[in-house]
Design a protein around this ligand. Structure first.
Ligand SMILES: Nc1nc2c(ncn2[C@@H]2O[C@H](COP(=O)(O)OP(=O)(O)OP(=O)(O)O)[C@@H](O)[C@H]2O)c(=O)[nH]1
Length: 404
């Protein structure tokens, strides 16, 4: 069976329920606000017509006042009370549209009491109710259709009982009434459909935005991790260093940069193959990470080189040199055979530089000094730790921590 696109959209599944239910829930407040405002305006307009009734059709003036005050006022009061209560927006819209339909019925009943033939001109005003039902209050299309049918039934039943009404008058009225009903219903359909379509567009772009945010977050996480060893990469180090400067604004700013380089790694690759080299790097990375404290940052600095940013301060028990030694010992303890090393196992050389890490300043000077210390460790025979102190004014000679 053919269904209008508006109803197809409403019936579509969305987030475990239907579009209709989500639309009603998500747009409740917005729809209620406009329903309240427009209902108030329509009510004011409705009661403003009392003097018009009295002026144009004096014989039904009292009847009109009584019907509007005794019947319409309590109904309007009930509607505004109901709009304030919690409940689904569709129920509130239904109450509002029923009230407008009843207001039209009350108006028709008033007209029935007159003997004044001028009522035939005035009766065209009944079509104003159609405008209120479909365009002004802009209720959901299905409600507007039922209410329009009810209004047509009221108007074109009453019309036969008006003084002086004949077939020609009824046809004249229909000539205006039928297009008014049809065109306003079309306008209402368009409005209902467009509102729903815009809402769905909004939902889709919201979903896309949150999906994009989640993917960006995942991507951001991945981009800070070295895929081979699973520890941080240089980007991760930069991010950590930046957060460190923020956190350590007034605290002790001493840090130790520890550079670790696997000894004779080219020879290891040549002897055992690249895959075994990869596996060795993974184990070394894990050993370095395990040797570090919770506030330290271990990263793969490049190739077979690692860097640890060790935060010194009241909470840190180990000095930079001591942590360097611990890392050196941890790698040696892995006992990864290395036939081309004089130590018979895979070892690392370590360069340490302790210095002040100022906010906004790059780590680079400290890393350069750590690299010099590492170079010294390599030249001293490898598998040892060298440390440098860094200050802007003085350069300090490397000192040996552990004999190879
Ligand atoms: N398997 C593997 N090898 C790597 C990786 N990255 C770098 N390398 C290798 O690491 C080796 C580094 O060699 P060198 O810079 O000469 O240093 P080395 O042989 O360790 O000598 P020293 O540092 O002086 O003790 C090169 O052969 C690179 O190919 C990697 O991700 N996996």
């Amino acid at each position: 069976m053919y269904r209008l696109p508006y109803f197809k959209l409403l019936a579509q599944p969305s987030g475990g329920t239907t579009v209709k239910k989500r639309y009603d829930i998500d747009r409740h407040d917005q729809r209620l606000r406009s329903l309240r405002l427009l209902s108030t305006l329509v009510t004011v307009l409705y009661f403003c017509y009392i003097p018009v009734d009295i002026y144009l059709l004096a014989d039904i003036g009292l009847r009109s006042v009584l019907l509007r005050v005794l019947v319409a006022v309590p109904l309007v009061a009930f509607m505004f009370y109901y709009l304030r209560r919690p409940g689904p927006i569709r129920h509130k819209e239904l109450v509002s549209i029923i009230l407008v339909s009843l207001a039209a019925l009350i108006w028709c009943l008033s007209m029935l009491g007159t003997n004044d033939p001028r009522v035939l001109h005035y009766f065209y005003a009944g079509l104003v109710f159609q405008l209120a039902l479909t365009i002004v209050l802009a209720h959901p299309f299905e409600y507007s259709v039922y209410a329009s049918l009810f209004l047509c039934a009221c108007l074109y039943t009453t019309i036969w009982f008006l003084p002086g009404a004949n077939t020609e008058y009824v046809i004249n009225h229909l000539v205006v009434g039928v297009p008014t009903v049809a065109l306003t219903l079309m306008a209402n359909y368009r409005f209902s459909y467009e509102s729903l379509r815009l809402y769905l567009q909004h939902v889709n772009s919201d979903e896309l935005r949150s999906e994009l945010a989640a993917r960006n977050k995942a991507l951001e996480k991945i981009s800070h991790i070295d895929p081979l060893t699973g520890i941080a990469n240089r980007r991760g180090l930069s991010r950590h260093a930046a957060s460190l400067t923020l956190r350590r604004r007034s605290a002790d700013k001493h840090v130790a940069v520890i550079l670790i380089d696997v000894d004779h790694f080219k020879a290891f690759n040549d002897a055992y193959g690249h895959d075994a080299g990869d596996d060795c790097l993974k184990q070394v990375a894990q050993a370095i990470k395990n040797a570090c404290g919770p506030r330290d940052m271990a990263c793969r600095y490049g190739g077979e080189e690692f860097l640890v940013l060790h935060t010194l301060g009241a909470s840190s028990v180990l000095s930079g040199g001591a942590l360097g030694k611990r890392i050196n010992a941890a790698v040696e303890a892995l006992r990864i055979p290395h036939q081309d090393s004089s130590h018979a196992y895979v070892t690392v050389s370590v360069g340490v530089c302790v210095g002040i890490f100022e906010q906004g300043k790059a780590l680079k000077p400290l890393i350069q000094r750590a690299d010099q210390a590492l170079y010294a460790a390599k030249h001293a025979g490898r598998n040892c730790v060298y440390e440098e102190q860094y200050s802007d004014v003085a350069s300090v000679q490397p000192s040996l921590f552990k004999d190879a």
